[in-house]
Design a protein around this ligand. Structure first.
Ligand SMILES: Cc1cc2nc3c(=O)[nH]c(=O)nc-3n(C[C@H](O)[C@H](O)[C@H](O)COP(=O)(O)OP(=O)(O)OC[C@H]3O[C@@H](n4cnc5c(N)ncnc54)[C@H](O)[C@@H]3O)c2cc1C
Ligand SMILES: *[C@@H]1O[C@H](CO)[C@@H](O)[C@H](O)[C@H]1NC(C)=O
Ligand SMILES: *[C@@H]1O[C@H](CO)[C@@H](O)[C@H](O)[C@H]1NC(C)=O
Ligand SMILES: *[C@@H]1O[C@H](CO)[C@@H](O)[C@H](O)[C@H]1NC(C)=O
Ligand SMILES: *[C@@H]1O[C@H](CO)[C@@H](O)[C@H](O)[C@H]1NC(C)=O
Ligand SMILES: *[C@@H]1O[C@H](CO)[C@@H](O)[C@H](O)[C@H]1NC(C)=O
Length: 639
């Protein structure tokens, strides 16, 4: 390190420590820059800190989770009323930052991002409001959605924005209010002024969609826009336009009509009386409003990106979000990943990726991909004999939260390797064709299974009669969230993925198994759940997965050319049961067992789940639920 560089680093360090140096133009370098300290950015910071990476989180505000802490936003006040715990969210995030010692630099408003060559790879330079630059090999954008959705039509300047309306509901007393949009923010706004306003109407061309019908938490969103037009009542003097607030103070009523009706008019001289609807006494919008409020949601701020670094707009979600690959890298912006609610274009109107309870799992998946790509650390995979596959799958379908919250988006991948398999948790399904590159794991030609949670393809009335399927033979008709296993002989290609049937999360597999939907979401019953699953696995693996007692193994080994795999792995190799290394070593050291290495040696200790290690071996049988129930507490806590 040269003297200059050392001095430079020292300077950067001082500034990072907040030593109060005057702002000047200099550059700080980090391997990872996380932009935005909302829940997504902090979650990523946590993983980067845990894996001891060189990172910095940049945040324009002076605390984390500012979205939930904006006094101007109605959201906060409303959430307090609707969901009592949301109020504690910023405080919780602050604690999260402090407790974990995350490196967050507050008061850093990044206004420009440019692409730059860093050691031959595309990196990014972020410039903040004081002119300080941050050079990053990998940029993780978790800036959320802050740009209010605008609409342009005649009179749209008279519309107030959700982000700027008064938070005191008293202001709305006896006013007649029209809200554009029928989404969450529209309903929150309506709820907050209910009882004060004399009239509240919600307007949008698309019908209200209810989340419990569509299984989409973000539902209730405006698809298109109504046309608002302001007209004066007869007798009022034409006033100079002073913005809509002035107009409101003047109590000038706002009329609303449809643009198609308006086009028939000259459009120049419109008054209350010559509105197209004036003489139609059954026109539903014939009465004026005191205020029109736009609650049309927010979009990603593309303006902070220079042309060289700007991800394209998503094709879905009305282009409000950046377009990202299945592994959340910006399209055309290598080494820049998008996280959090801004990454929702992948599963817009499909799953929970736009919400904290969903994207926390995608953030974790992206971190695993970063570890592989930049540090050559393969996706964590658990290796175990296929005879353990059934209880593993049962445990996952009953306990895993990532696959459950991010249904249809994240799924477990099981690489079959003969008598063993490797189990990968919560892989982004759409990235399956890139499995090898993203996970760093070798792909064999022995097939793979993908375990996902999904809803039935047919829309249904969730509260209507005949809504659920309870017979396992008709599991494929399940409508509510249920586990589905896809078996492929080989990893699907990108082409397979593109050509998958409409509405399917994955291409048509070589074999498919639905586990029948369960009212209690507990898939643990012998007849309805485990037996059909075992048969399916046996079909895919071409092996008998039943567990046997020693007597049965003895009998089968005498009567069958190919005794069941359970007997081959344990009994026939004189181990009685499938052991682990400790047990083997002990047995060998004690001279109880021949010291020979077979083709199906059990995985090493690290590959065995904790609870199995503690039992010192594996007893696999359909009757073994007590074992798995008892040991649930030993599982890693879900994060
Ligand atoms: C009315 C309403 C209700 C909602 N209800 C829920 C709910 O119940 N549950 C739920 O999960 N979600 C809800 N959401 C969505 C919620 O906003 C997101 O889930 C969550 O805040 C997204 O987290 P994030 O980390 O992606 O982004 P944010 O929380 O928006 O965090 C982004 C951070 O980046 C910072 N930032 C942005 N740009 C820059 C820049 N240029 N330089 C520096 N810093 C920058 C911001 O200051 C902010 O702190 C709701 C949204 C609305 C509008
Ligand atoms: C979007 O980014 C631009 C450029 O940095 C900035 O001027 C603007 O204020 C941002 N908009 C919002 C709503 O944050
Ligand atoms: C430092 O940065 C500021 C803000 O970007 C800019 O106005 C100023 O010209 C810069 N000064 C130098 C010496 O580059
Ligand atoms: C506009 O309409 C009003 C009421 O219909 C009428 O009195 C006035 O003359 C019109 N002005 C013009 C310029 O057409
Ligand atoms: C209003 O009434 C007329 C007949 O009086 C009818 O033709 C028209 O369809 C009605 N419009 C609406 C929106 O109901
Ligand atoms: C979906 O609905 C169609 C028409 O009602 C029906 O024919 C089909 O069997 C249904 N599919 C499932 C999986 O229930």
């Amino acid at each position: 390190m040269s003297l200059i560089e050392a001095a430079f680093r020292f300077l950067c360090l001082l500034v990072l420590l907040g030593s109060g140096f005057p702002a000047s133009n200099y550059t700080v370098s980090h391997e990872y820059c996380v932009l935005g300290a909302g829940p997504a950015g902090l979650q990523m910071g946590y993983f980067l800190s845990k894996s001891q990476r060189d990172y910095i989180i940049l945040e324009r505000n002076d605390g984390p989770g500012s979205f939930f802490d904006m006094p101007d936003l109605l959201f906060q006040r409303m959430t307090r009323e609707l969901y009592p715990s949301a109020d504690d969210f910023p405080r919780y995030l602050s604690m999260f930052v402090k407790e974990l010692g995350l490196k967050v630099k507050y008061g850093t408003d990044v206004g420009r991002i440019t692409a730059a060559d860093i050691n031959g790879n595309q990196g990014y330079v972020l410039t903040d409001q004081t002119g300080v630059s941050y050079q990053c090999s990998v940029l993780l954008v978790s800036t959320g959605l802050w740009v209010p959705q605008q609409v342009n039509f005649q009179g749209s300047d008279l519309v107030e924005g959700y982000e700027s309306i008064p938070t005191d509901p008293e202001v709305f007393r006896d006013q007649s209010v029209l809200i554009l949009g029928k989404g969450n923010s529209a309903f929150e706004t309506a709820q907050s002024i209910l009882g004060r306003a004399s009239r509240i109407h919600l307007y949008s061309p698309s019908p209200v969609r209810l989340a419990w019908q569509t299984h989409y938490v973000g539902d209730l969103r405006l698809e298109d826009i109504a046309i608002v037009h302001r007209a004066r009542e007869e007798g009022k003097q034409r006033r100079a336009k002073k913005g809509h607030q002035a107009a409101l103070k003047g109590n000038e009523p706002l009329y609303l009509t449809l643009s198609e009706l308006l086009e028939e008019q000259s459009g120049k001289n419109i008054s209350g009386q010559n509105l197209p609807s004036y003489h139609t006494d059954n026109f539903s919008l014939r009465q004026p409003y005191d205020r029109v409020i736009r609650c049309l949601g927010f979009s990603f701020n593309f303006s902070i990106f220079d042309g060289s670094a700007r991800p394209p707009q998503s094709t879905g979600a009305r282009g409000r979000l950046p377009a990202v690959t299945a592994w959340y890298e910006g399209r055309g912006t290598p080494n820049m990943f998008v996280l959090g609610t801004a990454a929702h274009s992948r599963d817009y109107r499909i799953s929970a990726g736009g919400f904290v309870h969903g994207f926390r799992y995608t953030v974790r998946a992206v971190h695993k991909i970063l570890e592989q790509r930049y540090h050559n650390i393969a996706w964590p995979a658990t290796k175990f004999p296929v005879t353990q596959l059934l209880p593993w799958i049962l445990r996952r379908v009953n306990e895993a939260s990532g696959t459950y919250q991010m249904f249809g988006v994240l799924g477990d991948v099981i690489l079959l390797r003969g008598s063993h398999c490797e189990y990968l948790e919560e892989f982004p399904l759409q990235a399956l064709p890139q499995l090898h590159v993203l996970s760093g794991l070798p792909i064999s030609d022995q097939g793979l299974l993908v375990l996902i949670m999904q809803y039935g393809l047919n829309q249904t009335d969730t509260l209507g009669p005949g809504r659920a399927e309870s017979e396992w033979t008709k599991a494929w008709k399940s409508k509510f969230l249920h586990p589905v296993l896809y078996y492929y002989n080989t990893v699907p290609t990108e082409k397979n993925m593109r050509q998958r049937p409409v509405g399917w999360p994955l291409p048509r597999p070589d074999a498919l198994h639905h586990m029948v939907e369960d009212f209690l979401t507990e898939w643990d019953q012998p007849i309805s759940h485990t037996q059909p699953l075992r048969r399916f696995l046996e079909h895919c693996l071409g092996a008998d997965l039943r567990a046997f007692y020693a007597e049965s193994c003895f009998l089968l080994s005498l009567t069958s050319r190919a005794p069941p795999i359970f007997c081959r792995q344990g009994y026939l190799r004189k181990q009685g049961i499938v052991g682990n290394h400790h047990l083997w070593k002990h047995a060998r050291d004690a001279g109880l067992m021949e010291d020979h290495q077979g083709d199906s040696e059990p995985g090493d200790d690290a590959s065995l789940p904790k609870f199995l290690k503690q039992t010192g071996g594996v007893v696999m049988s359909m009757m073994n639920y007590e074992l798995f129930d008892l040991t649930q507490n030993l599982m890693e806590p879900k994060t």
